[in-house]
Design a protein around this ligand. Structure first.
Ligand SMILES: *Cc1c(COP(=O)(O)O)cnc(C)c1O
Length: 450
C-alpha cells in the first residue's frame, strides 16, 4: 500500500535513493536530471510545462522482463496490457511490437487498441458495466474474450451475440473473496467489492451457461486488486481459482482458459516491490498443472515507471508550512488527491542532489484543498520560482485520469526513445475546450433584445 499523506521525512527515500532504484533516471553534473539520457530541461524549454514524458526503452525493458519471467519457468502465458493505466497510441504500439495484447474496459479503449494495430484476437474485455453497444462491437469484432461480470451480463451477451449471428467467447469473472491488502479504493477481489461473480455461484452458473447457444464459456477470470506487493493474496486467489476449475471440470464442463488479471505492484516510495518472478512462481505453483491457456493483465507494473510528470515552480510561499506551488495540479495527476499516493518528487537542476533541503508542502494551483502532491516533503532550501521539478512513476493512472478542471487544458505528452524525443500529444488549448461548447440560440437571443 502506498504511504498516506503526509510523507514521513524520517523514512522518505533521499534523492540518491530514488535515482539508485530507477535505472532510467540519472543526475548529470551539467544538464541536471536525465530521463533515458535526455535532459529534462531541454524538453521543458521546447514543450513547456506541465508535460508528461514516457520512456520507450523503459517500457520495452519491462515488457521483456515480465515475459522472460514466465519463459524461464516454461510457462506459456499470454500478456494483455491493462490499457486503462496508459492508453496512448505510442504506448500501445510499443507493447504490440513486444507481443502484447490488451485488456480493455470500454468500447473507446477497443477503438484505440484496434487503431494501434492490435488484432481482435489480442483483446480481452473486462469491466463491471458494459453497454449493449459495447458488447455488440466486441462481438462483431470477434475479440478474443469477454470477461462477464454477472449472470445478467451473461444472458445479455447471449442475446446480443444471437442478434449478430455470432458465438461470443466469454470467461466468468469470479470474485474469490480475497483481501488484496492494498488501498481500499483499489481493492477489487473482496466479497463486498462490486466486481465479479461470487465464487460458489460461479460454479453453478458455469454449468447453466453450457446451454447457451451464442456464448461459449472458455474459462474463468479474476483480478484481485492493484498495487499488490506480496505473494500471499495472489497465491490465495489463484488457489481458489484452481479449486473452481477442478470443481467445474468434475461437473463435466470444459475449462480451457484462466485469466489471472493484473495487480502486480511497484516501488513508489520504499515498498519492497514484488518481482515478475514471484508472480510467475505463484501462477506456476497454483495453476501450472491445470492444462489451461493462461493469461495475465498487467497495467501499473508495466507503465508506471515509464512516465514522469515534468512541472515548474510557479511560486514559493513562505509560511507555516512553506509551500511550493507547481504548475501541475490534481487535474493532471489525480492519484495523490484520489488515493493519497506517494510519488517521488525530484529537483531537475544539477545542484538538486547536493543542496541542503528543507520540508515543504508541494501543491498545485487548483482551487481545492485536496490539490496537494505531498506534505512535509524534502526539496532544496533554495527552491524558487521557475525551478523544474519531476514527479516520478506517473506513467500509470496519470495522464489517463487527467481532467480539464479549472479550465486547465490537458498537458502535452512527449516520448523519448533511444536519445530521440518527440511530442506525441500537443498541449490542448483553451480555444479547443471552448470550441466544443455551444450556447442555445434562445440564450444569445436575449443579448440582442437587451
Ligand atoms: C485495472 C485492471 C487491471 C490492471 O491492474 P494493475 O494493477 O494496473 O496491474 C487488470 N485487469 C482488470 C480487470 C482491471 O480492471
Amino acid at each position: 500500500m502506498s504511504a498516506p499523506l503526509p510523507s514521513d521525512p524520517a523514512t522518505d527515500p533521499s534523492f540518491s535513493d530514488m535515482l539508485e532504484t530507477r535505472p532510467s533516471l540519472k543526475m548529470d553534473a551539467r544538464d541536471g536530471l536525465l530521463f533515458e539520457g535526455v535532459p529534462l530541461h531541454v524538453i521543458a524549454a521546447a514543450v513547456g510545462t506541465p508535460c508528461w514524458i514516457t520512456g520507450a526503452e523503459t517500457l520495452r525493458r519491462r515488457a521483456k522482463a515480465l515475459r522472460a519471467a514466465f519463459e524461464a519457468r516454461n510457462l506459456p502465458v499470454t500478456m494483455h496490457f491493462a490499457m486503462k493505466s496508459q492508453d496512448h497510441q505510442a504506448t500501445l504500439t510499443i507493447l504490440r511490437q513486444c507481443g502484447y495484447g490488451v485488456d480493455i474496459v470500454s468500447g473507446g479503449e477497443m477503438q484505440r487498441a484496434l487503431h494501434a494495430g492490435i488484432q481482435p484476437s489480442g483483446i480481452v474485455f473486462s469491466g463491471v458495466g458494459k453497454s449493449d453497444a459495447e458488447l455488440r462491437a466486441a462481438v462483431e469484432h470477434d475479440i478474443a474474450q469477454i470477461n462477464v461480470e454477472s449472470v445478467e451480463e451473461l444472458y445479455r451477451l447471449d442475446d446480443i451475440a444471437r442478434a449478430c449471428g455470432r458465438v461470443a467467447r466469454a470467461a466468468l469473472r469470479v470474485n474469490p473473496d480475497v483481501d488484496a491488502d492494498t488501498h481500499d479504493k483499489i481493492s477489487t477481489g473482496r466479497a463486498g467489492d462490486k466486481f465479479g461473480i461470487e465464487h460458489r455461484r460461479a460454479v453453478a452458473l458455469y454449468g447453466e451457461a453450457a446451454s447457451l447457444k451464442n456464448v461459449r464459456l472458455v474459462g474463468l477470470a479474476v483480478h484481485l486488486g492493484s498495487q499488490m506487493l506480496t505473494a500471499g493474496p495472489f497465491r490465495e486467489g489463484y488457489a481458489r481459482l484452481a479449486d473452481m476449475v477442478r470443481e467445474i471440470r468434475a461437473a463435466g464442463h470444459t475449462v480451457e482458459a484462466v485469466d489471472c488479471g493484473g495487480g502486480l505492484g511497484i516501488r513508489y516510495r520504499d515498498e519492497i516491490a514484488p518481482s515478475p518472478d514471484m508472480l510467475a512462481g505463484v501462477i506456476a505453483e497454483t495453476l501450472g498443472d491445470l492444462d489451461v491457456r493462461l493469461s495475465i493483465e498487467p497495467g501499473r507494473w508495466l507503465s508506471a515507471p515509464t512516465g514522469i510528470l515534468l512541472t515548474r515552480v510557479i511560486e514559493t510561499k513562505a509560511g507555516n508550512p512553506d509551500f511550493v506551488v507547481l504548475d501541475a495540479a490534481m487535474n493532471d495527476l489525480a492519484r495523490p488527491s484520489l488515493y493519497e499516493s506517494w510519488h517521488g518528487i525530484m529537483p531537475v537542476a544539477p545542484s538538486g542532489l547536493t543542496s541542503p533541503t528543507k520540508l515543504w508542502d508541494i501543491v498545485g494551483p487548483v482551487c481545492e484543498s485536496s490539490d496537494i502532491f505531498a506534505r512535509d516533503r524534502a526539496l532544496p532550501v533554495d527552491t524558487k520560482r521557475g525551478d523544474l521539478i519531476a514527479l516520478l512513476d506517473t506513467g500509470a493512472y496519470g495522464s489517463v485520469m487527467s481532467s480539464t478542471y479549472n479550465t486547465r487544458p490537458l498537458a502535452a505528452q512527449v516520448l523519448i526513445d533511444n536519445g530521440k524525443w518527440e511530442i506525441i500529444r500537443q498541449r490542448q488549448s483553451v480555444a479547443e475546450l471552448i470550441a466544443a461548447e455551444t450556447v442555445p440560440e434562445w440564450l444569445t437571443a436575449k443579448d440582442d433584445h437587451g
